[in-house]
Design a binder for this molecule. Structure first.
Ligand SMILES: Nc1ncnc2c1ncn2[C@@H]1O[C@H](COP(=O)(O)OP(=O)(O)OP(=O)(O)O)[C@@H](O)[C@H]1O
Length: 231
C-alpha cells in the first residue's frame, strides 16, 4: 500500500517536534529515515500511527484519510508498528504474543512465516516473552508484525543493540517480506549500512524537518547521509 504524508507537524504539549514533513512511499517501497539523536524520528512514527496529535498536515494510507484516526483504527488499515520501547506482553508466552497479533484461522500459516524468518522462536513458543533476551524480543516484535499480515510497517530502530549476524538476518527477512508480500515500510534507523542495504530511498530528519533525501542506489547516498549525520 502507498503512503503519503503532507506537511505533517506534531509534538508534545505545545512543543512542535516534527515540522511540515512531507513523504511519499510507493507500494512495496522501503524508506529509511535517518537522523541524529533527538531529531524527531520516533515522534514522526508516533504521529503517523495516531499516538500523537497532528497539529498540521495530513497522512493518507492506501488512499484512506488517516490523519485523525486513533492508533487502533490506523492498525485496522493494515499498519504495523514495531516500537523502540519493549512493546510485547511481557508476562505472556511467545505463542500468546503471536496469537494476539494474528487472526485465528491464519495462525498455522503465520507460524510457518515465523519459522521461515526466525526459526528459534518455534522452540520458544511456551517461554514468557519477558524472559527472552533484548535481541530476541526485538526479533519476536518483528515476527509478530510480519505475521499479522500488515501491509505497511513503521519500524523504529530495530537494529539497536543487535549483534551483526542478527542484523544481517533482519535485512534478509525485511527484503523477503517486501519481495513476497509487497510490504511497504518506513524504517527509522541509526545503522547506515543496514539502512542503505535494505531501503530503496532515504531521508534525513534534522530538527524535525526533512533536510535531504534520495535513492539508496545513488552512488553518493552514503556520503550525503554521513555528511548530515556528522555536522
Ligand atoms: N513524551 C515526550 N514529551 C516531551 N518531549 C518529548 C517526548 N518524547 C520525545 N520528546 C522530545 O522530542 C524530541 C525528538 O525526540 P524523538 O524521540 O522523536 O527523537 P529521535 O530522532 O527518535 O531520537 P533518537 O534517535 O535518540 O531515538 C526530543 O527533543 C525529545 O526530548
Amino acid at each position: 500500500m502507498g503512503v503519503s504524508v503532507e506537511r505533517l507537524s506534531s509534538g508534545y504539549a505545545g512543543a512542535v517536534v516534527v515540522r511540515e514533513v512531507s513523504l511519499a512511499i510507493a507500494p512495496g517501497q522501503i524508506l529509511a529515515v535517518l537522523g541524529k539523536n533527538g531529531m524527531g524520528k520516533s515522534t514522526l512514527l508516533k504521529a503517523m500511527m495516531g499516538f500523537l496529535p497532528k497539529m498540521h498536515g495530513s497522512v493518507v494510507i492506501a488512499g484512506q484519510e488517516a490523519t485523525r484516526l486513533s492508533p487502533h483504527r490506523v492498525a485496522r488499515l493494515g499498519v504495523g508498528y514495531v516500537a523502540q520501547e519493549k512493546a510485547l506482553f511481557q508476562d505472556l508466552s511467545v505463542e500468546e504474543n503471536l496469537r494476539l497479533a494474528v487472526r485465528r484461522p491464519d495462525f498455522e500459516a503465520a507460524l510457518a512465516e515465523v519459522e521461515a524468518s526466525f526459526p528459534f522462536l518455534l522452540d520458544r513458543l511456551k517461554q514468557r516473552a519477558g524472559t527472552l533476551s533484548g535481541g530476541e524480543q526485538k526479533m519476536l516484535l518483528m515476527a509478530r508484525s510480519l505475521a499479522s499480515g500488515a501491509k505497511f510497517l513503521l519500524v523504529d530502530e530495530i537494529t539497536e543493540g543487535l549483534q551483526p549476524s542478527v542484523i544481517d538476518r533482519l535485512a534478509g527477512v525485511i527484503r523477503d517480506a517486501r519481495d513476497r508480500h509487497g510490504t511497504t515500510m518506513l524504517l527509522v534507523e541509526q545503522h547506515l549500512p543496514f539502512a542503505l542495504a535494505v531501503a530503496d530511498r532515504w531521508a534525513v530528519l534534522d530538527r524535525g524537518e526533512i533536510a535531504d533525501s534520495g535513492g539508496t542506489a545513488e552512488p553518493d547516498a552514503a556520503a550525503r547521509v554521513t555528511g548530515h549525520l556528522s555536522v
